[in-house]
Design a binder for this molecule. Structure first.
Ligand SMILES: [Zn+2]
Length: 240
């Protein structure tokens, strides 16, 4: 079983990575305060990628540690985890472009801080989760994952994913939200479990939504059905 101690420690470490990114972004923002917008934007393009890279390395290191810790406890033996590459340069550039857009066209310079404080930790944590997925792909032992909400208020999408319990490889593991504080949790056991995580609690919320939404209608796309189902889950359970 994945223990509460393992999960809590991992969550704390990831929060620290987010905090480190935020502090470094704030230092950079202070240094550009008096610069004209073009110069400020150029400075951000020069300095922010290093923050993304350091944050990604720290998150990957922590995720490799988490993976190895659970693997050692459940499987034993030796394992050398690898780290996934961090965010691509093009992705970092486009996130910075998005953050500085309002400052450059004069529509709102307040966006810079809030957008960087969202996108930089997000890119860092994503490198960490990719590390878990990469190790699972390379591992000779079969791995299943669960999305375990660790925040007080997970959204309908995350509740729906959490209701599935531990599953083999899944595309839905590509979508993550800043506020839901979910943890991508690997397990190597025959009947995977994690302490404090009961998929049935989430399944019940899913079922309440399903009772109202019903099945997929003729002609309805999978995407449209999912959003109708999630909106029923929201209204039936008071979810975000
Ligand atoms: Zn969510």
């Amino acid at each position: 079983m994945v223990t509460q101690v393992q999960l809590e420690r991992h969550r704390r470490q990831l929060l620290q990575v987010e905090g480190m990114c935020a502090r470094q972004i704030n230092v950079i923002l202070t240094s550009i305060r008096r610069m004209p917008p073009e110069q400020a934007a150029a400075t951000l393009h020069r300095m922010v990628p290093a923050v993304v890279s350091r944050g990604g390395t720290a998150a990957s290191f922590e995720c490799a540690r988490f993976y190895s810790e659970i693997r050692a406890a459940q499987v034993g033996g030796r394992y050398r985890p690898s780290a996934a590459p961090g965010a691509r340069t093009a992705q970092v550039t486009s996130n910075i472009d998005w953050a500085v857009a309002g400052m450059l066209d004069g529509s709102g310079s307040d966006d810079v801080r809030s957008r960087l404080l969202r996108s930089v930790p997000r890119m860092a944590l994503s490198a960490g989760r990719n590390t878990i997925i990469q190790n699972a792909d390379r591992d000779s032992v079969a791995v299943r994952y669960a999305r375990i909400p660790m925040g007080p208020d997970p959204c309908a999408f995350c509740v729906m994913q959490a209701s599935r319990g531990f599953v083999f490889k899944s595309d839905s593991m590509n979508e993550w939200h800043d506020n839901c504080k979910c943890v991508l949790t690997p397990s190597f056991e025959e009947s995977p479990r994690a302490e404090g995580y009961d998929p049935d609690v989430y399944y019940e919320k899913y079922q309440k939504g399903y009772k109202v939404a019903g099945g997929r209608r003729a002609g309805e796309t999978a995407k449209d059905y999912t959003s109708r189902l999630m909106s029923a889950m929201r209204s039936e359970n008071g979810l975000r």
